[in-house]
Write a protein that binds this ligand. Structure first.
Ligand code: 13P
Ligand code: SF4
Length: 356
């Protein structure tokens, strides 16, 4: 849908009035009406690095979801303020790992005698408290673009008997472990936070190399392997590209798998006339289809599937946040408490220090 011209003009005016004082970050899943005002767009990893590289910006307006704004606050200086235009822009996956549940799991692993071997690795899509947990327990943060290197790092920390506790996305954990590190599905177990001992026997825990937290993305969880079969039957020479948050059987049937940034680069480099089915959030897929009319781009789902929380950041909220800043009022500041920030930074810094 076209953006309201009045709001577009107001957003433009506010941005101009703020100049270098404001730096606007936009995740690839944001609406067109918002992404047009982003100084940089990117996947979670790129945005984390970009936020850290702007010490002169007094205000960081984060068009994305809550965990991304928290990470930006952790990675930026104390004089910089991070703003999330709508506080309701959370992430259902991040909400699936609560710090009390993770602490309880950690205690249960100690009681089972395996905790010493476990390195916690959390996907960026988690609360600052979970990142802090990883920081103080020898762990690391990863994103969909560096999960393999981060897991290599994690396994190196504890020698041949090392185990990883992967939070909170079972799919990214399983897909990376099996398809990139060569672990078997039997090496992976699922920790259900709602069951005593995660629903696992002591033996299962002892034998596991990868303990996957039972979390998932409600958007990527919808893609199914049978839609891939249907599309391949209908479209000749179809290339299927999906995000690693998709279920394992979907990733197995795809030709390419990677982060949002990887998906964009792959489509940009694809030859004219090629056909692509893309399994990731719909705002990005539509934008790619619009930007590449010479390529046949279809969405890998029968239904519409936006990320409802990413979509919370709309033009009215953006304008409100920006015009408030022009008035000298900071609305919707995301501020991580100092202790959490310090510990989470340890885990984030380990990620930023990874090779590659
Ligand atoms: P990336 O942008 O890191 O690929 O993450 C996708 C996602 O689901 C963000 O919420
Ligand atoms: Fe969270 Fe999935 Fe939305 Fe990303 S797409 S913000 S992981 S619910």
């Amino acid at each position: 849908a076209a953006s309201d011209p009045d709001l577009v003009a107001r957003a433009r005016a506010a941005k101009e009035a703020l100049g270098d004082k404001v730096f606007v970050l936009g995740h690839h899943y944001q609406r067109d009406e918002v992404i047009q005002f982003a100084d940089v767009t990117g996947d979670s990893f790129k945005l984390a690095r970009d936020a850290a590289a702007r010490p002169e910006a007094e205000y960081i307006v984060f068009c994305g979801v809550h965990f991304m704004a928290e990470s930006a606050d952790i990675l930026t200086g104390p004089q910089q303020q991070v703003i999330l235009p709508d506080l309701a822009a959370g992430c259902s996956m991040a909400d699936m790992a609560r710090i009390a549940q993770v602490e309880a799991a950690w205690e249960a692993m100690a009681a089972a005698g395996v905790q010493d071997q476990v390195v916690p690795v959390t996907y960026m899509n988690s609360t600052a408290a979970i990142k802090a947990f990883c920081g103080r327990n020898g762990g690391i943060v990863c994103t969909s673009s560096n999960a393999e290197v981060a897991l290599d790092w994690a396994y190196e920390q504890k020698g041949p008997d090392a185990k990883v506790l992967f939070l909170p996305d079972q799919h990214l954990g399983r897909n990376t472990a099996v398809l990139k590190l060569g672990l078997s599905l039997d090496d992976c177990v699922l920790w259900n936070p709602f069951k005593p001992n995660g629903g696992l026997t002591a033996e299962q825990l002892r034998d596991a190399k990868m303990i996957l937290w039972k979390g998932h993305c409600s958007v990527h969880g919808r893609f199914s392997a049978d839609v891939i079969d249907d599309l391949r039957a209908k479209i000749d020479d179809l290339n299927v590209i999906v995000h690693p948050e998709c279920q394992h059987e979907v990733v197995l049937k795809a030709d390419f798998v990677g982060s949002t940034e990887y998906i964009i680069k792959t489509i940009e480099a694809a030859p004219s006339g090629s056909s692509w089915a893309i399994g990731t959030e719909l705002n990005l897929v539509q934008r790619l289809a619009d930007a590449h009319p010479d390529k046949n781009i279809v969405f890998l789902d029968r239904n519409v599937c936006y990320c409802s929380t990413m979509n919370r950041i709309d033009l009215p909220h953006f304008v409100w946040a920006m015009e408030s800043l022009v008035e000298g009022v900071v609305v919707n500041r995301i501020e991580v408490d100092p202790q959490t920030e310090q510990e989470a930074l340890v885990a984030l810094q380990r990620m930023l220090d990874l090779p590659g």
